[in-house]
Design a protein around this ligand. Structure first.
Ligand code: SF4
Length: 356
């Protein structure tokens, strides 16, 4: 009798291509010597995710087998949990952190706990990207008790209207804006200040002012912002939409960094009438130093043992030829490009400039 192959979590998990390369499970080296010390894992089920988010490669209404669908931009191959654990154990110098991304599924909490338990003997911190729709506050406490150090919530959309349009009622999705914010607040309470994260995607149709406001709200709650640039995922409902214009993303990266580090605030930033950031409310000399450090334009995510970002997600939100979140410190040439992008407008952004 042949044993049936288990394709569902917790026996099997999807892993980002970059993480698979880090563990030697896929061949290849990263463009420009980028490194990643966070192994990004994703629960996988034959029955799929109950969500129907319009920008996501895993959305329910997309054709194809769930385990073969990609999550964001890059391939997410599947591996047995045992093999993943053995690989991490064999290369402890390569791995600072493991992130378990839940999907919206009735078994997601128990399976995440099972994976987290299996990771306990390893010398790696654990982050959980939580699925608020299928979780309670008690579940967050249990996750922490099982060894998770950071809990994040992908609110993704900057406004309730966009959230409903792309994740909620309009696409017949199960997610609710208030529930996501409550889960983030619970995560801050349970894990502690700066031990909760919030994913936000720039370029879903919000104004820069709206995104800056949401970024401020996240920081005021005591959580960190992990920013992503919208990239159209093939096969998703938003496949034909333009990627986030670089100028919009750069300004929000800079705003997010400066709000988090106390240089400015949502209220001190100035906006033009189309909602585009017109000034950061910071001394120009100070602003120049911050920009030239390159740090605001690097990937924002959970830290490694050296306190620098471990979850660098190389080229996860833009191709290597048009980098959005730098997985390494930008060099002088990159900074010159970033400076130009910071001043770039885009269609519909600034009517004033368009009319000139
Ligand atoms: S930033 Fe943190 S929560 Fe988000 S994917 Fe990376 S490790 Fe996971």
């Amino acid at each position: 009798m042949t044993e049936s192959i288990k394709v569902d979590s917790p026996a099997q998990l999807q892993m980002s291509l970059a993480a698979a390369m880090t563990l030697g499970l896929r061949p290849g080296i990263f463009y420009r010597g980028a490194t990643l010390s966070c192994i990004n894992l994703l629960l996988t089920y034959e029955g799929g995710c109950a969500g129907n988010c319009a920008y996501c490669g895993l959305q329910r209404q997309r054709d194809g087998r769930f385990s073969e669908k990609s999550f964001i931009r890059v391939e997410w191959p599947s591996f047995p949990l045992e093999e993943i654990i053995a690989r991490i154990g064999r290369h402890p110098e390569r791995v600072d952190r493991v992130c378990i991304s839940m999907v919206t599924h009735g078994r997601a909490v128990e399976d995440t706990l099972a994976v987290a338990r299996s990771l306990q003997p390893l010398d790696a911190a654990v982050s959980i990207l939580m699925a608020p729709t299928v979780m309670t506050r008690e579940n967050i406490v249990t996750l922490k008790d099982t060894g998770a150090e950071i809990g994040s919530v992908a609110i993704d959309a900057a406004t309730e209207e966009l959230f409903d349009r792309y994740r909620g009622k309009t696409v017949k999705g199960p997610h609710e804006w208030e529930r996501y914010w409550q889960c983030l607040a619970d995560a801050v309470e349970v894990f502690g200040d700066s031990k909760a994260g919030c994913h936000l995607i720039v370029g879903l149709g919000e104004t820069e002012r709206e995104m800056a406001n949401t970024i401020q709200r996240v920081y005021d709650l005591g959580a960190n912002v992990h920013l992503f640039s919208f990239y159209p995922e093939e096969g998703s409902a938003l496949a034909d939409r333009e990627a986030c214009p670089p100028g919009q993303y750069r300004r929000l990266q800079l705003a997010s960094y400066m709000i988090q580090n106390g240089f400015t605030s949502y209220g001190s930033i100035s906006y033009d009438e189309s909602g585009r950031i017109a000034g950061f409310g910071v001394d120009p000399e100070e602003e120049k130093i911050v920009i030239e450090s390159g740090i605001p334009f690097m990937t924002s995510g959970c830290p490694g043992k050296d306190k620098l970002v471990s979850c660098t997600r190389p080229y996860g939100d833009g191709p290597p030829g048009d980098i959005r979140s730098y997985p390494f410190a930008p060099n002088m040439e990159d900074i010159a490009k970033i400076r130009m992008e910071l001043t770039e407008s885009y269609p519909g952004c600034s009517e004033l400039e368009e009319g000139q």
